[in-house]
Ligand binder design. Structure first.
Ligand code: SMG
Ligand code: MG
Length: 380
C-alpha cells in the first residue's frame, strides 16, 4: 500500500515525573521530549524522539533533534510516496549520527503503516506471532529501573515499594561510592530477586577491582560501566568478570552491535529504539543477537505512552528474553498527565499486555498534549 506523507508535526512537551530520577550523570524531576506526528491518507502515526534537554545520556538534545528533524529529516520525506519503513530508512541514509531524531520520525511511520494495514505494531514488526516456544506473546516481561537516592534507606524503601507493586526484576543505578554496599543491602533483603545494575559510564578500567566485587551478588548483568563510546575496554573488563556485561550507550547501530559482539565486549545488549536510530535498526540488532545466541532486552528513556507502546511492541520479538525497562505508566507520570491513553498497567506476573488495536494501540489525548506542549512546528 502506497502512502503519501502530507504533513509532519513536531510537538515539544514537558511532563512532571512522579518521583525524581537520578543516574550517575544527574537528577531529573521532569521529562522533555519531542513527539512526531506523521499525517497521510487521513491517518496519523506517532513517534517519540527520546533526546533530552541536555547532552548527558547522549550527545543529542531536544534542540539538536528539533533542528535535524525540521531542517533535514522531515524535508526528506514530505510529499514522498512510501510503502514501507525501509523507504524512510533509505532516505535518511545520508544523515550521520542523530539516531534519536531519526527514530522519532521513523517510528511514527511504522505506526502509520501499521494503522493503514489494520495490524498492531507488534504484528507488523513480526513479533507477536514469532515465538513458537513461548506461544503468542500478548504480554512482555518487564522490570523497573530504580534511580540513585539520597540515602540507602530511601533506596530500600523505593525497591520495597516496587517489589510490593509486583515488579519481578529490579535495576539499580550505580556510580563510584554508590555500588557494592548498595547492592549488598538489596541482596541481603531480597536474596532471590532478579537484580541488575547500570553505571551509565561512571567507571574506568582502573575500577575493575570494584566491579569484580559485584560478581558475588548473582546479578543478571552489569550495564555500561565504562566510557559511553567504548567497546575495547569493555572487552578487557568482560574477560575479568563472571557477570555478563551489557552494553547500552556504546551501541548506536547494527554495525556497533556486530563490532561489540565480534570482540566479546558484552554478553547482552540493551536495545533502545532511539539510541539505535529506529525500529528497523532495533529489529536488525535483535536478529543479529539471535543468530549469535546473545540475549537482548528493551531499554527505557522514561517514555510517554507513545514511546512505551513502541517498546512493548518491539519486546514481543522472540530474542527479547530478559525483562525490559518498560514499567507501568504510573511509575513515570501522574494520573491523567501522560499525553496518550490508555495507560499500561502492570499484570501480576510482572508483564505489560501488548495492545491488539492497529498501530501503537494508544491514542494521543488532544487536551493533554495541549497542556504539556512547549513548542510546535508543522510542515506540509
Ligand atoms: O524508562 O524506566 C525507564 C528508565 C530506564 O534506567 C533507565 N534508563 O541508561 O538505561 C539507562 C537509563 C537512561 C535514562 S536516563 C534519562
Ligand atoms: Mg542504561
Amino acid at each position: 500500500m502506497k502512502m503519501k506523507i502530507e504533513r509532519v508535526e513536531l510537538h515539544q512537551i514537558e511532563l512532571p515525573l512522579v518521583h525524581p530520577f537520578e543516574t550517575s550523570f544527574g537528577r531529573e524531576s521532569t521529562r522533555t521530549c519531542i513527539l512526531v506526528a506523521v499525517h497521510a491518507g487521513g491517518l496519523t502515526g506517532w513517534g517519540e524522539c527520546t533526546a533530552e534537554v541536555g547532552p548527558w545520556y547522549s550527545y543529542e538534545t531536544v534542540e539538536t533533534a528539533w533542528h535535524v528533524l525540521g531542517d533535514f529529516l522531515i524535508p526528506f520525506v514530505l510529499g514522498q510516496e512510501i510503502t514501507s519503513p525501509a523507504d524512510v530508512v533509505a532516505r535518511f541514509r545520508r544523515v550521520r549520527g542523530h539516531p534519536m531524531a531519526r527514530a522519532g520520525l521513523e517510528s511514527g511511520v511504522w505506526d502509520l503503516l501499521a494503522q493503514a494495514q489494520g495490524v498492531s505494531l507488534a504484528e507488523l514488526l513480526g513479533g507477536q506471532k514469532a515465538c513458537p516456544e513461548h506461544g503468542q506473546r500478548d504480554r512482555v516481561k518487564v522490570g523497573v529501573s530504580v534511580g540513585i537516592e539520597p540515602t540507602l534507606n530511601e533506596l530500600l524503601d523505593q525497591v520495597a515499594q516496587y517489589v510490593d507493586e509486583g515488579y519481578g526484576r529490579v535495576k539499580l543505578k550505580i556510580k563510584p561510592g554508590w555500588d557494592v554496599d548498595v547492592v549488598r543491602a538489596v541482596r541481603e533483603r531480597w536474596p532471590d530477586l532478579p537484580v541488575q545494575v547500570d553505571a551509565n559510564s561512571a567507571y574506568t578500567l582502573d575500577d575493575a577491582p570494584v566491579l569484580r566485587e559485584l560478581d558475588q551478588f548473582n546479578l543478571l548483568l552489569i550495564e555500561q560501566p565504562l566510557h559511553h563510546d567504548d567497546i575495547v575496554d569493555h572487552a578487557k573488563l568482560q574477560a575479568q568478570l563472571r557477570t555478563p556485561l551489557c552494553l547500552d550507550e556504546s551501541i548506536h547501530s547494527p554495525e556497533h552491535a556486530r563490532w561489540a559482539l565480534d570482540i566479546a565486549a558484552c554478553r547482552v545488549i540493551n536495545i533502545k529504539v532511539g539510541r539505535v536510530g529506529g525500529l528497523t535498526a532495533a529489529r536488525q540488532i535483535h536478529d543479529l543477537c539471535a543468530e549469535r545466541g546473545v540475549p537482548v532486552w528493551c531499554g527505557g528513556m522514561l517514555e510517554t505512552n507513545v514511546g512505551r507502546a513502541a517498546n512493548v511492541a518491539m519486546a514481543t520479538l522472540p530474542n527479547f528474553s530478559l525483562p525490559g525497562d518498560i514499567s507501568a505508566s504510573a511509575r513515570y507520570y501522574p494520573e491523567g498527565k501522560d499525553i496518550a491513553a490508555p495507560n499500561f498497567v502492570l499484570n501480576d506476573d510482572s508483564t505489560l499486555s501488548v495492545p491488539a488495536a492497529p498501530g501503537l494501540g494508544v491514542r494521543v489525548v488532544p487536551e493533554r498534549l495541549a497542556a504539556a506542549r512547549l513548542r510546535h512546528l508543522a510542515r506540509e
